[in-house]
Design a protein around this ligand. Structure first.
Ligand SMILES: [Zn+2]
Length: 303
């Protein structure tokens, strides 16, 4: 889509959802109003986009991260939301966005955020607001269109290609080497899982004689696993065994399987621990974003 059409679309949604230019007490500028579905409370709230981004950053990234990483997360969360709104997809009750992570990105209200860590939440919330205010209205675009700003906790050394994870052919969501997320607790982890447990959760009748990764994607993540004579999708195993990613090595240890995992999440797009690692090395949020999304540009929405 050409840049001018996207700009027209953005102007349309801003007009459609209502334009407010005053500043509120939280020093986050009001702009585009959205309708957000809260899945636990089962209700829709009306909230402006910038305040929504504060709640999305608070829910999606540790607030102890560096400010430039939080700014990168704010731009990703805003872009993700704008793209969802532009797609016209509606959530429960006709909402524009949802806080259900299975369908959209997470969101936590400032009130609930404060309850989680009463001693430090005030300071953390101010830091997140600062990240949102300093990137106000900025989104990531590719050829003038807001990108699908996917992100994950930890890539484990290399991000994934979107077309290998979901058959999404998006030229900016291509794998990059990442040496910045080694401090993540999920960079490399080992799990010992009883064969009987694997047998039970996958409804396998016979004892597990062999377990082997028979297909990997180009980044090394498992695609298919053969257990005895049956082939299982790696994504199914990840879900059933509650593993952080599909990047594995298996070692048989008597009646257990040791699974060494790399990373946490789908591995596509921005690596959050990597973003923090880059921020610690002095990169700013634009450099961080341009590292994880190929050939993208920035566009500032003027509310
Ligand atoms: Zn990484």
């Amino acid at each position: 889509m050409k840049k001018k059409y996207v700009i027209i679309l953005l102007i349309f949604i801003i007009i459609f959802f209502g334009l407010k230019c005053s500043k509120n007490k939280m020093e986050v500028r009001e702009g585009l109003d959205i309708r957000l579905y809260l899945s636990r409370e089962k209700k829709i709230i009306k909230i402006n986009l910038e305040e929504y981004v504060v709640g999305a950053v608070a829910a999606e990234m540790p607030a102890s991260f560096e400010i430039e990483a939080l700014k990168a997360q704010a731009v990703c969360a805003r872009t993700y939301a704008v793209r969802k709104i532009l797609s016209g997809r509606k959530y429960e009750g006709g909402a524009d966005l949802s806080d259900d992570v299975n369908e959209c990105q997470a969101y936590i209200s400032p009130e609930n955020f404060k309850k989680k860590d009463p001693d430090r939440s005030g300071q953390f919330l101010n830091k997140i607001k600062q990240a949102v205010v300093q990137t106000e209205g900025i989104i990531i675009v590719y050829e003038g269109e807001p990108v699908d700003a996917l992100y994950h906790s930890t890539c484990g050394g290399k991000t994934a290609n979107a077309d290998e994870v979901w058959q999404k052919r998006l030229p900016y969501l291509r794998s990059v080497n990442c040496k910045y997320c080694t401090s993540s607790p999920y960079y490399i982890k080992k799990y010992q899982i009883e064969c009987s447990h694997i047998k039970r959760v996958l409804n396998i009748d016979k004892d597990i004689k062999t377990i082997k990764i028979v297909e990997r994607d180009s980044t090394g993540r498992a695609r298919k696993v053969k257990i005895n004579d049956h082939i299982f999708e790696a994504s199914l195993l990840r879900r059933k065994l509650n593993l952080p990613s599909t990047w594995w090595e298996f070692i048989r240890k008597d009646d257990k399987i040791e699974i060494k995992t790399r990373g946490y999440g789908h591995g596509v797009g921005l690596c959050q621990y990597g973003a923090n690692g880059m921020a610690l090395r002095g990169y700013d949020y634009k450099e961080i974003i341009k590292y994880y999304y190929h050939n993208v540009e920035f566009y500032k929405m003027n509310y």
